[in-house]
Design a protein around this ligand. Structure first.
Ligand code: GLY
Length: 629
């Protein structure tokens, strides 16, 4: 074997930088992709007060919880924990559990001294009493990869943990012979955690080792928590034991934050920005300019003669004189987002498709009021501006705008470090369209006996992603391709369909034929069809009249989602529903250039949607559809 053998041990001296500053234990729950940081904690390693004496396994700990402390550790977690979590995931070895970075808050900035894949001792005894959420639920969210959605809650305040050790600790490993712990009281603001103790055959608790037990108490402030911990400790009757008397009394984590500069350790020389500058806060103006350059051509491709001012101007300007030919033009406006589909898009780098999603979603929102789009404005927010990502998203938006004859006349790209996790982003948009007043939808003649015709969706569109993501594991993303005919992530990220090309010819050529349209978006049929029902009518929808697409079957089967829930959350294969008079069914079918489904009818009732034929389990074979053509 080449290189050094064990015999070389000692033949080399490693010189490491001595790190001076407060210690900080930075712990975070990790679900393989997301990190949720715990409040900052601090171990007290030395045996004696004022950090004198030999090193031990830990003689006490403190943890601080409150908005300020959590904001501080969130920024640290982005640097010290999230990178490891994402890096492992990218290498195909996602880590699920607790990550723990031992930091020293030096004057030059925080530096990592040690790194563990576990909780810390005794930090855990100070951290978990502050956890207001159920630890079991947190762990389940980690295992199921949905930690980002879990409402993790911490008590406000502080916790102090004092370790009670045998007299001879850390010199001796424990007492010569077991000694009974006579009493350790009870308290509702404190816990006693056992360490080197055991229950004797007679049922007594006996001290058998070095660090015997620890007392953790919590309160609104650290001094109050410390007082409560020592008060509880005073109740414990154990001769020949020792503990430190200064836990939570002198040193503080807050002092560590204050004394450690904001400059990240390891910043390349010359890149470290002066405190207070935009770049120091994580905002990169050059990247912003580059993003504008990359997206300009795509945006311009959506302009027609009506666009008087667009990219680069304070406000977009749209010449409305083109509407003068209309009798009574009514402007229709809507704003929307794409929900947690952005999570998948960022994970799989699918920015162009998510750009199409937001435009088409908005187009459909105003189409159901009979409007054709005029112009659209977008909003993209991310913690760190990635010009290529923004350009791809804008390129997708531009493509969808062109297909709908809509101008992309403005947008905002916001760089917001600390608000979103690195690598993530959010996307929203606003649209303005126009319709003749007399052709607004829903029309007033919607009545009992009218038919409901459904048009196919292209997938989940922009709804139900929180549920869908919680059902699929990393493995499924690799293995479900056979069922879907494409990788799972591609099926999920399939862009939202725009129904404008399909339905605007009908609305133009035969006004009045379509009486109403419902976009099946968040809330499914029950959340959307009532928006177009006049009072006193029910919508009866027979869910076995169209085939359930494979993606929905997969979600239902894998997540064991009840049928009623599926139809409440997802579009289930129908993204748009038209209301027509029965005598116009044949005409509609001949005008639209694709397969549509007669899915139900309107009847006298109370404004409810009644879903009939809800399946208990995902159907195996496609049911025979009540296809309208
Ligand atoms: N508190 C130090 C450790 O758990 O490693």
């Amino acid at each position: 074997m080449e290189g050094k053998s064990l015999g070389d041990a000692g033949s080399e001296v490693v010189i490491e930088e001595r790190l001076v500053g407060e210690e900080l234990s930075l712990l975070g729950f990790c679900d393989g992709r997301n990190v949720r940081v715990m409040p900052p904690a601090q171990d007290h390693k030395r045996l004696l007060e004022n950090d004198a004496g030999p090193n031990t396994g830990g003689m006490g700990a403190i943890a601080l919880s409150g908005p300020e402390a959590l904001a501080q550790v969130r920024a640290l977690a982005d640097r010290f924990l999230l990178g490891a979590c994402r890096g492992l995931a990218e290498e195909g070895a996602p880590f699920v559990g607790t990550l723990y970075a031992g930091l020293i808050m030096t004057k030059e900035g925080p530096k990592a001294l040690e790194y563990n894949c576990r909780f810390g001792d005794p930090e855990t005894q100070a951290l978990l009493p502050l956890l207001e959420s159920d630890l079991g639920e947190v762990m389940l969210a980690c295992v199921q990869g949905r930690l980002d959605e879990y409402p993790l809650r911490w008590k406000q305040g502080a916790c102090a943990t004092v370790v009670l050790a045998s007299e001879g600790y850390a010199r001796d490993s424990g007492p010569d012979k077991p000694r009974a712990v006579a009493d350790y009281g009870a308290g509702d603001d404190s816990y006693v955690f056992h360490g080197a103790t055991r229950t004797s055959p007679s049922g007594d608790i006996e001290a058998v080792g070095g660090r015997l037990l620890s007392v953790s108490a919590w309160a609104d402030s650290l001094p109050a928590a410390s007082r409560a911990a020592y008060a509880r400790l005073a109740l414990i009757d154990l001769p020949r034991s020792r503990y430190r008397r200064d836990i939570g009394k002198g040193r503080s984590i807050a002092a560590g934050f204050a004394s450690s500069s904001a400059a990240p350790s390891g910043s390349p020389p010359g890149k470290t920005s002066s405190a207070g500058s935009y770049a120091a806060a994580g905002v990169d103006i050059e990247a912003g300019e580059k993003a504008v350059e990359l997206m300009t051509a795509a945006v311009r491709s959506t302009y027609g003669p009506a666009v008087l001012a667009g990219i680069g101007s304070f406000g977009g300007m749209y010449d409305a004189s083109g509407l003068a030919g209309m009798e009574e033009p009514v402007l229709v406006a809507s704003t929307d987002g794409v929900g947690t589909k952005v999570k998948l898009a960022s994970r799989f780098g699918s920015f162009s498709t998510i750009g199409m999603d937001i435009v088409n979603h908005c187009v459909d929102d105003i189409l159901v009021q009979g409007a054709r789009p005029l112009f659209f404005l977008d909003y993209i927010a991310s913690p760190k501006l990635d010009p290529a990502m923004v350009a791809a998203a804008v390129e997708g938006m531009s493509k969808a705008c062109r297909e709908s004859g809509c101008a992309l006349i403005g947008g905002e790209t916001a760089e917001m470090p600390g608000v979103y996790f690195p690598g993530e982003f959010d996307l929203a948009g606003a649209i303005v369209g126009v319709v003749e007043k007399s052709r607004r939808l829903p029309a007033e003649d919607v009545r009992a006996g009218d038919l409901l015709v459904g048009f196919a969706s292209s997938g989940l569109h922009t709804n139900g992603f929180s549920l869908a993501r919680s059902i699929f594991s990393d493995e499924d993303y690799q293995s479900c391709s056979d069922i879907l005919g494409k990788p799972l992530h591609r099926a999920l990220l399939e862009p939202h369909r725009s129904y404008l090309p399909l339905l605007s010819p009908v609305l133009e050529k035969e006004p009045g034929l379509i009486k109403a349209l419902a976009h099946i978006t968040g809330g499914g049929f029950e959340g959307n069809v009532p928006r177009i029902l006049p009072g006193g009518l029910d919508a009866l929808i027979h869910v076995d009249t169209w085939p359930m697409p494979a993606l929905f079957k997969l979600i239902m089967e894998k997540g064991r989602v009840p049928g009623a829930e599926m139809y409440r959350v997802f579009n289930m294969g129908i993204g748009m529903v038209a209301v027509i008079a029965p005598e116009n069914l044949g005409r509609l079918v001949s005008l639209v250039n694709e397969k549509s489904y007669l899915i139900g009818e309107l009847a006298q009732g109370k404004g409810a949607v009644i879903l009939d034929g809800l399946p208990d389990r995902a159907p195996k074979a496609s049911p025979k559809g009540g296809s309208a053509r």
